[in-house]
Write a protein that binds this ligand. Structure first.
Ligand code: PRX
Length: 698
């Protein structure tokens, strides 16, 4: 396992960047006139001199059963405590408190993938009832209580936010595993979190097919058991209550259909359990340098305050907006900006079950038109896909967005312009919000009414966030220098995660140790938070994000660790060694290329390649499907035996692999190159050098 130092290692030369500055575009006066944050003077209150007191206004967006005494407690740095002494309940804040005014307003409009299935308009009153009933089932039937963990493996259906809020009502910590992850991946996460209850669904629609999802639950329970964790109750929602969408049998005494059990809980109410501000609200697993996923633990008070504030002032959500975030709730974007932030503001959210291009590329714009969507939120991969499949589709529909967001990966200025011109019809502002699972909410973005947009750049730090770029020695890289480095955040903020579940040492090591000069310090100034991305700061104070620096490949905006990919490939018995490297992909940004060498005596074959692909799908999920699998005679290695991923990534991306004379086996490099690129003349691919910034030798 590489040390923290190695994990963040990179030389500035490797990541020097050159690109042309884009012209800035101001927000429309119409947007400014209605924006929640439009007074230029308002930003002054977020100066570092006012830290951390200005974060009180974030917490004041919520209802507390007991007000906090201390805004920020740094006594156990870097385990920050926010709003200490305060008590609140997240489900109360997202549901109950809106009933007086908004009981009949839709909290969610669920749009099934199949257009002939009816949409479901779930009002705040409906949400209240369903959350209470399921909370009461969880408590009295599943026997969980505050502090216990429950794993979900759910797709984009309204039962997912209902389940999350039911847990929050009880103080139970939910851990939602992205529905597209495999049963195996779900089981590993359930075991790590110590969940004895799994909440899932029998099936869901994707690309017009009804997927058997229950089958994954059986695999998950088995995988968890192999890791020493018994899951003794599997609660299975039914996509169509009363009838089965899965052929996988139910195991008596373990598996229960939720709609059947709920019959005993109709009309039941559960008092929201008032939780400490610091009580964990949920875990969200993500990938990093090692093969083991990290359970990022988010707190109740600070997290909810932070996502509510940023939803209000960056996404500019008003209660009368119809807001559609196309992300999946199984990722942090969905937790923060589909469920917790928008619901805390009593917004109406659209929940769409399926893929944006089903049954045709006009689908998203039909939904937007029909439901009167005013705010739209998606990822560069989705934008690229929509542009490719239906470049003129948006013009055929009469929707009007006032604001739009892009998140999850860098967006090419050209793609940005299509989003602005065609999707946004030159009316909508765009926020390019940069952040990550660990940070709970946005770190950088423009404040849409106050700052012009710059295609391809995120913006300055969000109000209250103080980003800084350090070189490897901890010197600040000044703005306008065209040099890239490690982007860090100087001061804590309420949305930052509390720790890695069960591994506090790794939390300190991976996020703080590189730039901490005194590990005994209780002063937050000594503990910059290292985000794990490379970035450049332009002269105008806007950041441009270059990508991960810790062996993470962002595939269609999803975060996959090279180690996880390699471990999956190594489960194939024929495989001796495996290396995963990113390759540029027009649609998904990056995809993994997998290089394997085989055990002695085993001949390369298509069958082995297929097994590798299957292993990645089974261990991780279909999102991990490689672009190519190459069987190589040997891996290029250093004399100390490390696999040179950079050389492999150079070959995959058709860029010069540089000096290889110090390798233990330089002759292998040309063999691998011929295998991948063939004997023809190879033209270097424009833009592909950038990929190499993200690759580090083991
Ligand atoms: O590399 C950055 C990229 O996504 C990473 C975080 O991934 P994840 O934890 O899955 O969270 C994604 C949703 C917040 C970051 O380290 N990233 C995220 N947003 C942007 C981005 N890269 C460029 N521009 C963005 N707006």
């Amino acid at each position: 396992m590489p040390s923290a130092e190695e994990a963040s290692e990179m030389s500035e030369a490797q990541i020097a960047v050159h690109w042309k500055e884009e012209e800035k575009i101001p927000p429309s006066p119409k947007f400014v006139a209605q924006a929640n944050l439009a007074d230029p003077k308002s930003l002054e209150r977020f100066s570092l001199e006012n830290f951390p007191d200005f974060f009180e206004e974030y917490a004041e967006l919520l209802d507390w059963s007991q007000r906090w005494q201390t805004t920020l407690d740094t006594s156990n740095a870097p385990f920050w405590k926010w709003f200490v002494g305060g008590k609140l309940n997240a489900s109360y804040n997202c549901v109950d408190r809106h009933l007086a005014k908004y009981a009949d307003k839709a909290a969610f409009i669920f749009v099934p993938e199949l257009e002939d299935q009816p949409q479901v308009r779930m009002t705040y009153q409906d949400l209240y009832e369903r959350v209470n009933e399921f909370a009461s089932l969880l408590r009295d039937f599943a026997g969980v209580k505050a502090g216990d963990r429950v794993t979900f493996h759910m797709p984009m259906v309204p039962e997912l936010p209902v389940s999350m809020l039911a847990c929050a009502r009880l103080g139970v910590v939910h851990s939602q595993v992205f529905g597209g992850f495999s049963g195996q991946a779900c089981g590993v996460r359930a075991a790590d979190s110590g969940s004895r209850v799994l909440v899932t669904i029998d099936g869901y629609y994707r690309n017009g097919n009804l997927i058997d999802h229950k089958a994954n639950a059986d695999i998950a329970v088995k995988a968890a058991k192999e890791l020493g964790q018994d899951v003794d109750k599997v609660l299975v929602w039914r996509r169509h209550p009363g009838r089965n969408s899965s052929k996988t049998p139910m195991l008596e005494g373990r598996d229960y259909f939720v709609d059947e059990v709920l019959k005993g809980y109709v009309g039941k109410r559960v008092e929201p359990v008032q939780m400490d501000a610091e009580a964990p609200l949920f875990l969200m697993y993500t990938s990093g340098t090692t093969g083991k996923p990290k359970g990022c633990q988010h707190r109740t008070g600070g997290y909810l305050a932070y996502v509510a504030w940023t939803s209000k002032y960056i996404l500019d959500i008003h209660p009368e907006d119809v807001y559609w975030c196309m992300a999946d709730i199984g990722w942090i974007t969905g937790h923060s900006y589909i469920v917790y932030g928008p619901l805390a503001l009593a917004a109406t959210g659209v929940l769409y079950e399926g893929v944006p291009t089903y049954p045709d590329p006009g689908r998203p714009w039909r939904i937007a038109e029909e439901l009167g969507v005013s705010i739209f939120h998606t990822s560069p991969t989705a934008i690229r896909q929509m542009r490719k499949t239906g470049p003129a589709e948006p013009t055929k529909y009469g929707y009007h967005f006032k604001s739009m967001t892009t998140v999850g990966e860098p967006i090419e200025p050209d793609v940005w312009r299509w989003y602005y011109d065609v999707v946004g019809k030159k009316e909508a502002v765009i926020t390019d919000t940069w952040w990550m699972t660990e940070t709970g909410g946005f770190l950088c973005s423009t404040v849409p009414a106050l700052m012009p947009m710059k295609p391809g750049s995120t913006g300055p730090g969000a109000p209250g966030i103080f980003p800084i770029i350090y070189d490897d020695s901890g010197n600040e890289i000044p703005r306008g220098s065209d040099r890239a480095g490690n982007i860090c955040i100087r001061a804590p903020w309420p949305g930052v995660f509390q720790t890695i579940w069960g591994d506090s040492e790794r939390y300190v090591r991976q996020y703080y140790s590189k730039y901490n000069k005194n590990k005994d310090s209780k002063d937050w100034r000594d503990w910059p938070f290292m985000c794990g991305d490379g970035a450049v700061l332009a002269a105008d104070g806007y950041f441009r994000i270059l990508g991960r620096l810790d062996d993470v490949i962002k595939v269609a905006g999803h975060r996959l660790g090279t180690k996880e990919l390699e471990n999956a490939a190594l489960t194939v018995p024929e495989v001796a060694e495996a290396a995963a490297v990113p390759i540029a992909d027009e649609m998904k940004g990056r995809m993994p290329d997998i290089y394997v060498s085989l055990k002695p005596g085993i001949e390369p074959s298509d069958e082995v390649k297929k097994k590798v692909t299957r292993a990645l799908e089974e261990e991780i999920g279909k999102i991990a499907r490689p672009k190519n699998v190459y069987i190589v005679p040997d891996m290029p290695k250093t004399r100390s035996g490390k696999i040179m991923r950079r050389v492999l990534a150079s070959i995959s991306n058709h860029v010069d692999y540089g000096d290889i004379t110090t390798l233990a086996n330089p002759e292998v490099v040309e063999q691998v190159r011929l295998l991948v690129q063939g004997t023809g003349k190879v033209t270097p691919k424009a833009g592909h050098e950038e990929v190499l910034r993200e690759v580090k030798e083991e």
